[in-house]
Design a protein around this ligand. Structure first.
Ligand code: 13P
Length: 249
């Protein structure tokens, strides 16, 4: 059975006290044991979050990292720095990084390589814009995002990859892909993976859905055959909502 994962992407929200309070609140909850739970806090809270969650099953992830080993990259953070504070998972390729920070597929391939060189787990995000979907290009667009950033990897490297399909038009808009739209794209992704690698790899990779997942819609999205969990933005900032989503499996 594929790993079921619910990860909260806090984005640029919460100060230190609020971060600590939310984690305290999450640690008082009972999560479905079958679901792997992660939270991606802003960089400045990562070290505190790692120590706060040391005795719980909540994994702490970074929202981004730089591709270089070290050097004159003011304001940036490397994979080995994250590892040195106990962060072993990183989100790469989020649509906000692509849109606002001009991250291209080629750059993301470099970031993926840097994360793998440090044996980090990667939650790799991709997804189409509304225009792509309206033009009927969404399947091709997603195929090219995966091809350009990930298909240079060997089979073993995929042990460290979780995919997160996030249609840009559904992020923070309140508009969710229908369960059928999510399932259709996730099935497409598995077909593409099977074509590039093999069926065994396609069947073992967890594929998360992200975009306006809430307690009210998580259950029907997670019930889809090829949906293995969610990457949650807004609703991950509320402990009750996030817990309800984790327990929607
Ligand atoms: P929302 O859940 O706020 O739509 O955000 C989704 C997202 O971008 C998670 O990475």
């Amino acid at each position: 059975m594929r790993k079921q994962i619910v990860a909260g992407n806090w984005k640029m929200n919460l100060d230190a006290a609020q971060s600590q309070a939310l984690i305290d609140n999450l640690q008082s909850k009972t999560f479905n044991d079958d679901v792997h739970v992660a939270i991606a806090t802003p960089y400045v809270h990562l070290a505190a979050a790692v120590s706060q969650t040391a005795h719980s099953a909540i994994d702490v992830a970074a929202q981004n990292m730089h591709q270089a080993v070290s050097g004159a990259y003011t304001g940036e953070v490397s994979a080995s720095m994250l590892k040195s504070i106990g962060v072993t998972t990183v989100i790469l390729g989020h649509s906000e990084r692509r849109a606002y920070f001009h991250e291209t597929d080629a750059l993301l391939a470099e970031k993926v390589n840097a994360a793998l060189e440090n044996d980090m787990q990667i939650i790799f995000c991709f997804g189409e814009e509304l225009e792509d979907r309206k033009a009927g290009n969404h399947f091709d667009l997603v195929t090219s995002q995966l091809t350009n950033a990930l298909f240079h990897l060997d089979v073993t490297s995929w042990n460290n990859i979780v995919l997160a399909y996030e249609p840009v038009w559904a992020i923070g808009t309140g508009e969710t892909a229908s369960p059928e739209q999510a399932q259709e794209m996730h099935a497409h992704i598995r077909t593409v993976l099977a074509g590039q690698y093999d069926d065994a790899l396609a069947q073992r990779i967890s594929i998360l859905y992200g975009g306006s997942v809430k307690p009210s819609n998580a259950n029907e999205i997670f019930a889809q055959q090829d949906v293995d969990g969610g990457l949650i933005g807004g609703a991950s900032l509320n402990a009750d909502d996030f817990t309800a989503i984790v327990n929607a499996f």
